[in-house]
Write a new protein. Structure first.
Length: 179
């Protein structure tokens, strides 16, 4: 590996660590200039590593989103239960990960596209659970519910879980009390 490439990777990792800390503290709207300053670099260097705010946020959240996406592929004999559990986990994760809900609510995609990764997982689970859902319920509907609830409950994953359970009870064909 060349010295320049190793230096670029060190700077990239340092920027990512600093950005994650600043976003955790200040939210998704954190100043890119503040991130660059705290990382000890210029804003032009930050933009060479991350061409947009969305690209930076996607990379910050990629590990957690990827883990959630893999959960969608886990086998479950009850597709409706698997869908409900996954949407609940997504909602609690987004509520406890400052800035994620705001990132997921945006329409712009980056190369990593956390939103797209989650949409694919939600679509897979929604298709499997279609017979347990009210007619017309889509993966997009469930992701919007999750985003709205996690945005409203940022920092409070317990409340996020309770509210998404209530919402999911409303889209389910099963008549039951939410837990």
């Amino acid at each position: 590996m060349s010295a320049q490439r190793a230096d670029w990777q060190r700077n990239h990792q340092r920027l990512l660590e600093v950005a994650a800390a600043v976003v955790a503290r200040d939210g998704a709207g954190a100043s890119l200039e503040a991130i660059a300053r705290e990382a000890g670099i210029g804003s032009a260097t930050l933009h060479r590593h991350f061409p947009s705010r969305h690209a930076l946020l996607d990379e910050i959240f990629l590990d957690g989103v990827t883990a959630l996406s893999r959960r969608a592929d886990e086998p479950d004999d009850e597709p409706g239960r698997a869908l409900r559990r996954w949407v609940e986990e997504l909602t609690a994760y987004a509520a406890s990960t400052r800035g994620l809900a705001a990132t997921l609510a945006t329409e712009r995609a980056s190369e990593l596209d956390c939103r797209g990764i989650l949409f694919d997982a939600a679509t897979t689970l929604t298709r499997r659970a279609a017979t347990t859902l009210r007619p017309g319920v889509t993966a997009t509907d469930l992701l919007r519910l999750s985003t709205a609830i996690s945005t409203a409950t940022e920092g409070d994953p317990d409340t996020a879980r309770r509210l998404i359970r209530l919402a999911l009870a409303g889209v389910s064909l099963e008549e039951r009390e939410p837990s």
